[in-house]
Write a protein that binds this ligand. Structure first.
Ligand code: HAM
Length: 403
């Protein structure tokens, strides 16, 4: 028997209901915030992710589904959505057009990670990217949007915030941090030794407990922000407070992708185990220029749909539509015809096997139909059909025309 690959799941039945329920709730809210749908390819040039997500990140360094295609192109399955949207934004010359452009997307992402609960190799994200607004109010708006989506779905969260500074304040901080970490060398893990040379701030979110103990006294970027970044961070906190959105400042929140500057945030849940990040994002004002576009401020986030599906409180399933059954073989052709007509306006389930009335009623209940309609040779002879309303339990025989 051939099974799906490790870390890659089928989505069907109840899971599919949850999946589509999430997409429609998130889409509705993104549209309320003025965002428009964008679809980008699953496969992109590997260089796109190397230059944006960053060669020093785990995603690019260890987790890409990368291969040479039949035309000798170095390509990979997208590990995240931002890079492709930025590529499309530049390719369509929207950076040159100026103005504000806001997009949302959803789809499969691929990371060759070690699979565990909440961590898949093929997973789905819902994300948004906003281009052209440098105001921190847009950052706050992103956070409010995630909060609105989570509230709509009945999902509790903790919001963690940090500022990653800018080109003015980050380099000085980085030097101080490197000097501090070098003093700990000998005690830190191999990954951190590598990070000191490639992307030092990533040591701060090392998952190794003994490294974390050594970093307790590490300098904090939040204390080294330039006045511009510091003011923005304070304004962001004030906007969130004014709008009753609770947050925690986590000075170790650095995110796993290299393109961020200034605002970084993550929404975590305490109810899904160790892989607890349900959404993450931040500002990336340098990325458009870095990918050869005209410098454009940008900010966005993405939510992990599989992790959210564990948490969604689904509304009660409403009885809806029709179930139509045949009491004897003679009626089968008839129910196909009736269903074909009824499906012009309603959801209709039919069963091609004849059953007695009791079993048809059970089957109708199972598919959550509002009406169970059955027909046998007697009804065919009189041109009628028997219908029971499964909500108010009333039943009647009506003519086929009326039905
Ligand atoms: P990210 O934090 O790498 O950010 O991913 C966003 C969300 O995707 C995570 O919070 C998590 O819920 C989900 N996720 C990530 N990896 C996995 C996995 N292996 N299995 C299941 N779920 C996963 C980004 O991808 C950025 N592009 C977000 C962004 C958009 N920043 C600015 N704009």
């Amino acid at each position: 028997m051939i099974n799906s690959l490790r870390g890659m799941n089928d989505i069907l039945s109840d899971d599919y209901e949850r999946f589509t329920y999430f997409i429609s709730a998130a889409t509705k809210i993104a549209q309320r915030y003025g965002f428009h749908f964008i679809e980008t390819p699953l496969l992109e040039e590997t260089a796109l992710f190397k230059r944006s997500v960053g060669e020093s990140s785990d995603i690019v360094g260890k987790e890409m589904y990368q291969f040479i295609d039949k035309g000798e192109n170095d390509v990979c399955l997208r590990p995240e959505g931002t890079a492709g949207v930025v590529r499309a934004f530049i390719q369509k010359k929207l950076d040159r057009a100026g103005g504000i452009h806001r997009f949302f997307y959803h789809g499969a992402m691929f990371r060759y990670e070690r699979p565990q609960k909440g961590r898949l190799r093929q997973f789905h994200q819902f994300g948004v990217e906003s281009f052209g607004v440098d105001s921190v109010y847009e950052d706050a708006s992103m956070i409010m949007m995630v909060s609105d989506i989570l509230k709509e779905l009945g999902i509790g969260y903790r919001l963690q915030l940090n500022s990653l500074g800018c080109n003015d304040c980050m380099p000085n901080y980085r030097e101080e941090l490197v000097a501090f970490v070098r003093k700990c060398e000998g005690g830190i893990c191999e990954d951190c030794v590598r990070r000191v040379d490639t992307n030092p701030i990533r040591v701060l979110d090392c998952k190794n407990g003994s490294c974390q103990e050594l970093y307790i006294g590490a300098p904090k970027l939040i204390n080294h922000l330039c006045s511009d970044c510091g003011n923005d961070f304070n304004t962001l906190k004030k906007i969130l407070e004014d709008n009753n959105i609770e947050y925690e400042v986590n000075t170790n929140l650095v995110r796993g992708l290299d393109y961020y500057s200034k605002t970084a945030f993550e929404f975590v849940s305490d109810n899904i185990g160790s892989q607890n990040a349900i959404a993450g994002g931040g500002r990336y004002d340098r990325l458009v220029e870095f990918l050869d576009g005209r410098a454009t401020p940008a900010v966005g986030f993405a939510m992990g749909i599989e992790r959210l599906m564990e948490l969604i409180v689904m509304p009660e399933v409403k009885k809806d539509g029709y179930y139509i059954g045949a009491l004897d073989d003679e009626a089968i052709d008839m129910i196909v015809k009736i269903a074909h007509n009824k499906r012009k306006t309603d959801v209709v389930a039919i069963d091609y096997k004849t059953k007695n009335l009791k079993n048809h009623l059970k089957a109708a209940d199972k598919v959550n139909a509002k009406y169970c309609a059955v027909i046998g040779s007697n009804e065919i002879a009189s041109g009628t059909i028997w219908v029971k309303n499964l909500k108010d339990k009333t039943e009647k025989t009506v003519t086929l025309e009326e039905f």
